[in-house]
Design a protein around this ligand. Structure first.
Ligand code: ADP
Ligand code: MG
Length: 511
C-alpha cells in the first residue's frame, strides 16, 4: 500500500463504533473509471496495514462522484438559487480541486473531550458533499481564545476525533496550521481525502487578519469555502483574508443558517414572538432593539428580565442585573409601546438565598422581591402567562435560558419553555433557537431535534439578527458570478457611539 501520509502525522481514527446506518460503505469506490487520472489512486477503504490492530475500526473513504473532467472548477448550477445571495458550493464543480474549508469547530471541551459536537455535526454535509465531488479538503478552524499562542488545551484533536466518528473516516490533524510538515501533508492530499489544520488562533495573524498569514493559508488550496457561520461575524485571516485571495464560496451550513434567520426577519408567519433570557442584557441590547421592530410579542426571562424589571420601577434585591443597561431597557420598553409590541415581564419568580445548589428558595411576586434574595427562575404564574401568550404564535425565536438552569431546581421555566417550543414546532410553528446555553438546555431534554432550526452561531446569529453585515459572508461573491470574480471588499463599519447612560442608583450586582 502506498504510504498516503507521513508516519509522524498524528492520526485520528474514527471513534466509538457507529450504530449501523446502512450505506456508509462507499460502494462505487473501486469503479475508478477512465475519467480519473492514472497517477491518482481512487479513494477506497483503507487496506489493513501490517501493524494494524486485530479489530480495526471501519474506515470508509467517501468515493468521489463520477463526472466527466472538463478542466477545473466551473459554474455547474443552471438555475442559481442561493438563500444567502452568495456563491455556494452547489455552483462549484469541486472535482480534482484542493479546497481550504473554514469550519467552526469552536466546541465546548471538558477533560479533553468534546462536550457538545453540534457544530461538528453541522459541518458534515458540506464536508461530505465536497469529498464526494472529488475535492481534497484542508480544513481550518479556531477553538477558544489562545490569543496567538499555542495552548495545549485548545488543540483541535478532540474535534478531529468527533469528525472522524461522524464521517467514519480518518481525520489526520497537523501540529501547526503552518510549517513545512503541514505544507507537505497538504501536497500529499488526494481527491476524497482531508486534513484538519491545527487551531488557526495559535497564530496572532489570524485575529489580526494579517495578509501574510492569510496568504500562507490560501497557498494550500485553489478554492476557499467558508462554512463557519459561528465565525462569520469576525473579519479574520481564515474567514475574510483568504476570501480576498482565492475564488470563494459559502458552504451548506452557512447557507441554511442565513436562510433560517433571514426568513425570520423578512417573512415570519405571524404572530411572531421572541423569547430572550440569559444572564446579561449588555450583549443583547442591540438585538432586542432590532427585534422590537419585527416581533409581535417579546417574552423576557433570566437576568435580562431583571434589568427590565428595574427599568419598570421594581427592585430586584440581590438578583443579577446591569445598572448600566437600565436606560437601554427603558428605551426598548418605550419602543415596544410605540409599536404595540406586547412585552411579557415576569410576574413572579423563584428567589434563592444564594445562587448555589441546595440553597433555600421560594416563589414570590415580582412586585415585592425580597432585598437579600436572588431571582433565579420564573415562577409558575409567569410560566402560565408565557404558555397562554404563545398559544396563537406561529413563529418563535428563542435565545437565552429563563433561569439558572444549570442548577436543576432553578431550571423549571427553561425546561417548560423547551417542551412548549417542541410542542409548537410539532404543531407546525417555526421555532428557531440560538445561543449555546439555550441549546444545551434543549439537548438535556433531548428536544433539540424537534426545533425547526438550531443556530450554531452564537454571536454571529445575534449580529445577523441585529441587521449587521457578517464580514465572512459579505466578502463572498454574488451567486452566479464567474469563478474568477474577486471578493467584495469588506470594511470595518464605523459605529456611532451612544452616550453612556448615567446610572440612577448604585450598581447592586452587575458584571
Ligand atoms: P445563551 O448561551 O443561550 O445565549 P446566555 O449565555 O446569554 O445564553 O445566558 C446563559 C446564562 O444565563 C446561564 O449560565 C444562566 O445560568 C444565566 N442566567 C439565566 N437566568 C439567570 C438569572 N436569573 N440570574 C443569573 N443568571 C442567570
Ligand atoms: Mg452562553
Amino acid at each position: 500500500m502506498a504510504p498516503s501520509r507521513p508516519a509522524n502525522r498524528p492520526q485520528v481514527k474514527p471513534g466509538p463504533p457507529l450504530p449501523p446506518k446502512g450505506a456508509t460503505q462507499a460502494s462505487g469506490a473501486s469503479a475508478g473509471g477512465p475519467s480519473r487520472p492514472a497517477n491518482r489512486q481512487s479513494a477506497k477503504p483503507a487496506a489493513k496495514s501490517p501493524g494494524a490492530p486485530a479489530n480495526p475500526a471501519p474506515v470508509v473513504r467517501v468515493a468521489p462522484r463520477q463526472r466527466p473532467f472538463s478542466g477545473g472548477p466551473r459554474r455547474i448550477a443552471t438555475n442559481i438559487y442561493s438563500a444567502t445571495g452568495k456563491r455556494t458550493i452547489r455552483e462549484l464543480d469541486a472535482r480534482e480541486s484542493r479546497i481550504l474549508l473554514r469550519v467552526d469547530f469552536n466546541v465546548p471541551l471538558s477533560d479533553g473531550k468534546v462536550v457538545d459536537d453540534s457544530r461538528i455535526r453541522a459541518a458534515v454535509p458540506t464536508i461530505k458533499a465536497l469529498l464526494e465531488d472529488g475535492a481534497s479538503l484542508v480544513i481550518a478552524s479556531h477553538l477558544g481564545r489562545p490569543d496567538g499562542k499555542v495552548v495545549d488545551g485548545l488543540r483541535l484533536r478532540p474535534a478531529a476525533e468527533r469528525l472522524a466518528y461522524h464521517l467514519q473516516m480518518m481525520v489526520p490533524t497537523t501540529g501547526d496550521a503552518l510549517g513545512g510538515g503541514t505544507e507537505d501533508a497538504v501536497k500529499r492530499l488526494r481527491p476524497g481525502e482531508l486534513l484538519l489544520l491545527e487551531n488557526v488562533r495559535f497564530h496572532a495573524g489570524e485575529e489580526k487578519n494579517d495578509p501574510a498569514f492569510a496568504a500562507k493559508l490560501a497557498s494550500y488550496a485553489d478554492i476557499f469555502v467558508n462554512d463557519a457561520f459561528g465565525a462569520a461575524h469576525r473579519a479574520h485571516a481564515s474567514t475574510v483574508g483568504v476570501a480576498g485571495i482565492l475564488p470563494s464560496y459559502v458552504g451548506l451550513l452557512m447557507e441554511s443558517e442565513v436562510e433560517a434567520l433571514s426568513n425570520l426577519l423578512d417573512k415570519p408567519n405571524r404572530p411572531f414572538a421572541a423569547i430572550v433570557g440569559g444572564g446579561k442584557v449588555s450583549g443583547k441590547v442591540a438585538v432586542l432593539e432590532a427585534l422590537i421592530q419585527k416581533v409581535d410579542l417579546l417574552i423576557l426571562g433570566g437576568g435580562v428580565a431583571n434589568t427590565f424589571l428595574v427599568a419598570s420601577g421594581r427592585s430586584v434585591g440581590k438578583s443579577l442585573y446591569e445598572s448600566k443597561m437600565v436606560e437601554h431597557a427603558r428605551r426598548i420598553l418605550k419602543l415596544a409601546a410605540e409599536r404595540g409590541v406586547k412585552v411579557l415581564l415576569p410576574v413572579d419568580g423563584v428567589v434563592a438565598k444564594e445562587v448555589t445548589r441546595g440553597t433555600e428558595f421560594k416563589v414570590v411576586s415580582t412586585e415585592k422581591l425580597p432585598a437579600s434574595w436572588h431571582m433565579v427562575d420564573l415562577g409558575p404564574d409567569s410560566i402560565a402567562a408565557m404558555r397562554d401568550a404563545l398559544g396563537p404564535v406561529k413563529t418563535i425565536l428563542w435565545n437565552g435560558p429563563l433561569g439558572v438552569f444549570e442548577i436543576p431546581a432553578f431550571g423549571t421555566a427553561t425546561r417548560e419553555l423547551a417542551k412548549l417550543a417542541a410542542e409548537k414546532a410539532e404543531a407546525g410553528a417555526t421555532v428557531v433557537v440560538g445561543g449555546g446555553d439555550s441549546i444545551a438546555a434543549l439537548q438535556q431534554l433531548n428536544l433539540a431535534g424537534k426545533m425547526t432550526h438550531i443556530s450554531t452561531g452564537g454571536g454571529a446569529s445575534l449580529e445577523y439578527l441585529e441587521g449587521r453585515d457578517l464580514p465572512g459572508l459579505a466578502v463572498i461573491p454574488t451567486a452566479g458570478s464567474p469563478f474568477e470574480t474577486m471578493p467584495i471588499l469588506w470594511q470595518e463599519p464605523k459605529l456611532e457611539k451612544r452616550p453612556a447612560p448615567k446610572p440612577k442608583a448604585p450598581a447592586k450586582k452587575s458584571e
